[in-house]
Design a protein around this ligand. Structure first.
Ligand code: AMP
Length: 556
């Protein structure tokens, strides 16, 4: 087997695609029908054969009870799909799509395919990511890396960029919406913030249109057979992809008529769905701490960004026009293959360094103001990874001799509403409440390895716990190299040489100067100290550069 094949897969809610890095560029692989997009649809025929892609898509209308679509939306849930005599999980259905893509690629490349990079919505939680890896395993693939879809899109776009800029990737697929703020600088791609809604996509626009058609015809969904409902959905899906301003839904038998909506009626039908687009955008800009006018490029990804109303809404929210110079349906697969090539260090992409963010806050349960079970985030949502952060916690009872460390993921103030990842106990010396303290350090890397180091401050004794959140996919060698990388991160930024150097210089200047100049230096010291406490390397570097240039401008 050729281990050096760099393959990327976009496992989409509606369509999937596979690409390979060949001769210095990402190339799409056609399926057996010669198409680059394979519908993410599975159907079981009368002979219990599994049909995938276009063949299954056609059966959405004729055999809706034997056919499943949009199942990627339900990864990480208990939902199952009874198709014919067998019931399938979303993971198994995803595995069938992946298997079909694998065989298309093997046919095209004339060699076995195993290692792949698979894209997932940035907002997918741990369980959903785990199930994507499991699906790959079931398909005979090894998902050596999962890449966030918008990050993949950016990677594909960045190859065509020659100058530094800040992007907002607006990715509206069939069932998920992702907003990502990405900075491209000196061949570094840094994801600054990633947010989204994994229950919002092009299908919601179709569903709103279906409701409007049924209201206009005065029919209720309950009165329709599944095949009839499918026909209306298909007619609305086709009508939605129109080129004109109005929409005309051509209904087949038994209705055999067209239902038309004007531009204004359509806006009313879709207003609620369009409004849902604004919250993740505001959150992403807020998390990245930038204003809309600091975005230099708006990139549209995902089939549903072809909707004129969606583009108008995005343009209004960001204040600039978006670009679709690469096919929004295929750009993610191209980016995933590019990432696969980065892993293999292909010459053409060696220059590009990719950083990502942790899409969830990670922290521990603590007691605050007499309240139990309060979440204390240590690595906050949208922190650039790999990252290492430390926080200090104190004992709460007199003579307490053990502290329970419960690690959670989530955004809720009460840990009970977040996801428990692991828990363990640490022995401490019995003493008066609050006199014993623990430094809890989280180190999280791009492959999902979370390392927790708890140091008992009075004794210096450290207990380490490695939480591997990627059960399938990471080899022992990968884990070792990942841990090695984390090891390098484990120092507080205040101990980093450029920060020590600047602080030393400021202290020296404070000693030297008097009056107004001294006050100015004091402000800088206080500001820089506060920034060091955030442990955010990016922000620290920005402020350090700013202070250095201010000092230089003042001849200091
Ligand atoms: P994806 O998951 O990225 O493949 O996106 C598929 C979604 O894009 C589906 O909801 C499609 O209905 C929608 N879509 C594809 N083409 C168009 C189009 N020309 N106009 C509007 N929506 C489209």
């Amino acid at each position: 087997m050729d281990k050096n094949l760099a393959i990327g897969i976009d496992l989409g809610t509606t369509n999937s695609a596979i690409a390979v890095w060949l001769d210095g560029k990402a190339t799409l692989i056609p399926n057996s029908l010669g198409q680059f997009l394979t519908p993410s649809v599975v159907s079981i025929d009368e002979h219990h054969h599994i049909l995938v892609g276009e063949a299954a898509y056609s059966r959405l209308i004729t055999k809706p009870l034997q056919t499943a679509s949009a199942f990627k939306r339900f990864l990480g849930t208990e939902k199952t799909y009874p198709l014919g005599e067998t019931t399938y999980t979303p993971t198994e259905l995803c595995a069938m799509i992946l298997k079909s893509l694998k065989s298309d690629a093997e046919e095209y490349l004339k060699q076995p395919v195993r290692d792949v990079v698979i894209s997932v919505p940035a907002y997918f939680n741990d369980q959903q990511r785990k199930e994507v890896r499991q699906a790959a395993e079931l398909a005979g693939l090894d998902a050596v890396r999962l890449i966030n879809e918008p990050t993949a899109a950016c990677l594909a776009y960045s190859l065509h960029e020659t100058h530094d800029r800040r992007f907002l990737v607006f990715d509206l697929g069939g069932g998920t919406f992702d907003v990502t703020v990405v900075e491209y600088q000196d061949s570094f791609i840094e994801v600054r913030a990633s947010t989204g809604d994994n229950r919002l996509g092009g299908e919601d626009f179709t569903a709103a249109l279906v409701d409007a058609v049924m209201a206009k015809l005065n029919i209720s969904a309950d009165s329709l057979a599944p095949a009839e409902l499918s026909k209306i959905v298909q007619a609305c899906e086709t009508a939605k992809k129109r080129t004109s301003a109005e929409v005309s839904v051509a209904l087949p038998e038994p209705w055999a008529q067209s239902v038309c909506f004007t531009t204004q009626e359509l806006l009313d039908i879709w207003q609620e769905t369009l409004n849902r687009l604004s919250f993740p955008i505001r959150q992403a800009l807020n998390d990245a701490r930038i204003s809309p006018d600091e975005i230099e490029e708006l990139i549209f990804v995902g089939g549903a960004t072809r909707l004129k109303e969606v583009q108008q809404m995005a343009t209004r929210l960001i204040g600039r026009f978006g670009q679709i110079s690469l096919d929004p349906d295929l750009v993610v697969a191209l980016g995933a293959a590019t990432q696969a090539a980065c892993r293999l260090r292909d010459e053409a992409v060696e220059e590009i360094v990719l950083t990502d963010v942790c899409p969830f806050s990670l922290g521990i349960a603590s007691n605050r103001e007499g309240q139990h079970g309060v979440f204390s985030p240590i690595i906050e949502r949208n922190t650039v990874i790999p990252a290492s952060r430390v926080e200090r916690f104190y004992t709460i009872h007199d003579e307490q001799d053990v502290v329970r460390i419960a690690v959670y993921q989530g955004e809720r103030v009460w840990v009970a509403e977040n996801v428990l990842i692991d828990e363990f106990e640490v022995d401490v010396n019995p003493a008066a409440a609050g006199s014993e303290s623990l430094d809890v350090r989280f180190s999280y890397d791009i492959n999902g390895l979370l390392e927790v180091d708890v140091t008992v401050v009075s004794t210096g004794k450290t207990i380490q716990k490695v939480i591997d959140r990627t059960p399938a996919g990471m080899s022992d060698a990968d884990k070792l190299s990942s841990r090695h990388r984390l090891e390098k991160l484990k120092f507080h930024p205040r101990d980093a040489l450029p920060n020590i150097t600047l602080m030393e210089k400021l202290n020296r200047l404070y000693e030297e100067k008097l009056a107004e100049e001294r006050h100015w230096i004091e402000q800088m010291i206080l500001h820089f100290s506060r920034m060091l406490e955030t442990q955010d390397d990016h922000k620290i570097k920005t402020l350090r550069d700013q202070i250095e240039s201010d000092l230089k401008a003042s001849g200091l």
